[in-house]
Design a protein around this ligand. Sequence first.
Ligand code: GUN
Length: 287
Amino acid sequence: MMTHLIDGKQLSDQVLLEVASEVALLKGEHDMVPTLAVVLVGEDPASQVYVRNKVKRATEAGMGSIEHRLDAETSQNTLNELIDQLNNDPEVHGILVQLPLPSHLDEDVVIASIHPAKDVDGFHPLNVGALASGRPSLVPCTPQGCMIMLRQVHPDLSGKNVVVVGRSNIVGKPMAALLLQANCTVTIAHSRTRNIETLCRNADIVVAAVGRAEFINADWIKPGATVIDVGINAIDVDGKRKLVGDVDFESVAQVAGAITPVPGGVGPMTIACLLLNTTRAARYQLA
Ligand code: GUN
């Protein structure tokens, strides 16, 4: 079977065009430069790469970006004070605190301290509740990107059987909420799920977000199904570092009807949706 490759780079370019025209409107009509503040605590190498990419893309889209790098020993108080300052700064429209945080900091406290209207990650309890009750406001970026990709293949998702593998607050849970809102029948599978392979094999769509390299293989996938791979895992192949997803791409591409690659799939969509959320947050602050 010839699988259809869902090109995240190309799709994200389309979203970024939309972002650029919204940035131009906000500038022209309201003299406003949508601005994203990114906070990184510590020196986690992967987080440093993600933050650098987010800031670079924001600048390319004509947006403002502010980077705050704090050392790994930063206290909860110092971080709270910075977030307060960003909450009250009228020139800052979106705030993102890169996760994970060093273990002495409380992520829940930090997330709840971000003003909900500036919460471009969509992680604040108010935004989580809005999504869960079917009135989405600022929606988490990765699941939002996955929905745009899915709609390329399935303009009408109504009635599709979907298995989301992984139950994180960042991806699995909000992904399930968005799919439910699109009238899918949704199952969330996780480490305690029984017969996970059989569950997946019955699904029209599988979304993999477990953080385990090449965990899902062709035996798990119904011929013709759509597979969205959220994983980004660094593995060693012949002494070289290689990025792979949660899906064994080589084997799954033989049976799936459509599949996202890693890299070049969900990753670029996440950043594009972050910038889209920043323009939305800027609009909220006009009101
Ligand atoms: N770390 C991994 N993914 C994310 C994300 O989407 N947002 C933030 N803030 N941190 C992350």
